[in-house]
Design a binder for this molecule. Structure first.
Ligand code: AMP
Ligand code: TRP
Length: 325
């Protein structure tokens, strides 16, 4: 059976961009593949975190995994730091990754720009991500568009390792959807919707109340024209609303644009708010019905399953690199 792996950081608030760009696809993949979905708490440490908040957010992301419909009897759900092989393989991969390669990562450049004290972990972050993926002989990695470059690096590292030490790693393919892989901020539609942006009104959190969702969508920044058509360069705000509508309803962007053209932005926003409230309601109903103990049990079972596979891969890699005798 083919393997799927992906991860979400337990930082900030999980928003509808995370869901529609990546997490929703996790659910669609779980029947046809052997899936591993991880809460990547070690990645969160690359920027300063409050320890208690990090612990709480780790459980929250795991709860959201369950609430969106991931089934822990089919799919392995676990926390990255519970499986030590992730950190260990990360070091080994750092030793075959070039400084220049990591320096070219746009996420590193964006996150470090203008900062005085940037952690080394933020720089080597892509190696930890490569370790996550390569430990499980992963075939497919569903992610949003912002992770494409990290996936390309993962492929390069896997191929380099295989060339140097003999066939070891499966070279993974990214799965990036055509629509919805880059949901933009509602308040600044030139920028992607982000967990960490201070501007709360720019993102719809999966746990936002219906009133807040409606308010945020009704206030979404658009342009001063009236006609409705998709053009992310000229009409980024409106195009983002059309995308949000399309991925939630399964209807094509063109069809939606034709439907609302001439009827004004207000009606589109009102209907989008309703659709979004319904999407979130289903998730929230499940989320608030989960107990902490239940979530922790799932994570503990998941870590045990993940560890068996990860340790085997790690030992193989250590052997090939000359570490075991
Ligand atoms: P992160 O919050 O960085 O852990 O991201 C979790 C997943 O959501 C990753 O696959 C990201 O690529 C994806 N993602 C993050 N932001 C967006 C966005 N604005 N639109 C679509 N996907 C996103
Ligand atoms: N770097 C990813 C993000 O910020 C999260 C992540 C960590 C990940 N490890 C992964 C995604 C492995 C896919 C596969 O979104």
């Amino acid at each position: 059976m083919t393997r799927v792996f992906s991860g979400v950081q337990p930082t900030g608030d999980i928003h509808i961009g995370n869901y529609l760009g990546a997490m929703k696809h996790f659910v669609d993949l779980q029947d046809a593949h052997e899936c591993f979905f991880c809460v990547v708490d070690l990645h969160a440490l690359t920027i300063p975190q409050d320890p208690d908040v990090l612990r709480r957010k780790t459980i929250e992301v795991a709860g959201i995994y369950l609430a969106i419909g991931l089934n822990p009897t089919k799919t392995t759900l676990f926390v990255q730091s519970h499986v030590p092989a992730h950190s260990e393989l990360s070091w080994l991969l750092e030793c075959i990754t070039y400084f220049g390669e990591l320096s070219r990562m746009t996420q590193f450049k964006d996150k470090s720009a203008g900062k005085e004290n940037v952690s080394v972990g933020l720089f080597t972050y892509p190696d930890l991500m490569a370790a996550d993926i390569l430990l499980y002989d992963t075939n497919y990695v569903p992610v949003g568009a912002d992770q494409k470059q990290h996936l390309e690096l993962t492929r390069d590292i896997a191929q380099r390792f295989n060339n140097r030490f003999g066939e070891t790693f499966v070279v993974p393919e990214p799965l990036i959807s055509e629509v919805g892989a880059r949901i933009m901020s509602l308040s600044d539609p030139e920028k992607k919707m982000s967990k960490s942006a201070e501007d709360e009104v720019g993102r719809i959190n999966l746990l936002d109340t219906p009133e807040i969702v409606k308010k945020k969508i009704m206030r979404a920044v658009t342009d001063s024209e009236n006609s409705i058509y998709y053009d992310p360069d000229k009409k980024p705000g409106l195009s983002n609303l059309l995308t949000l509508m399309s991925v939630q309803t399964g209807r094509s962007i063109e069809e939606i644009a034709a439907d609302y053209d001439g009827k004004g932005y207000g009606l589109l926003k009102k209907d989008l708010a309703e659709v979004t409230v319904n999407t979130l309601k289903e998730i929230q109903d499940k989320y608030y019905g989960l107990s902490q103990d239940e979530i922790k049990r799932v994570l503990s079972d998941g870590a045990a399953r993940a560890e068996t596979i990860a340790t085997k891969t790690l030992q193989k890699v250590q052997q090939k690199m000359g570490l075991r005798y």
